[in-house]
Design a protein. Structure first.
Length: 116
């Protein structure tokens, strides 16, 4: 069955870094554009970054440009999010999934907390 397992979150001080991973299984990972999403308490879920199947086209939420880097390893069915210069407003649960509105399955997410 389809699985999306996010990991790598944690508690970091402002200015710190984290690398999130998302291991996918149960579908043909290497044909899908993948996205990282986040949801902060009391806010709607938002799209943070996307990467096309071959990794050539990448997009970012304006507020994370220059700080976050999305990448993928199709041999490992894994997508990553390198997060640098973290800010308190980056605090959220982070999720990955194929970037299609019709894709309804979500993993459990990984909590990122930026606080001193």
């Amino acid at each position: 069955q389809v699985q999306l397992v996010e990991s790598g979150g944690g508690l970091v001080p402002p200015g710190g870094s984290l690398r999130l991973s998302c291991a996918a299984s149960g579908f043909t990972f290497n044909i899908y554009t993948m996205g990282w999403y986040r949801q902060a308490p009391g806010k709607q879920r938002e799209l943070v970054a996307t990467i096309t199947s071959g990794g050539r086209l990448i997009t970012y939420l304006d507020s994370v440009k220059g700080r976050f880097t999305i990448s993928r390893d199709n041999a490992k069915n894994t997508v990553y999010l390198q997060m640098n210069s973290l800010k308190p407003e980056d605090t959220a649960v982070y999720y990955c999934k194929p970037n299609y509105d019709s894709w309804s399955y979500w993993g459990q997410g990984t909590q990122v907390t930026v606080s001193s």
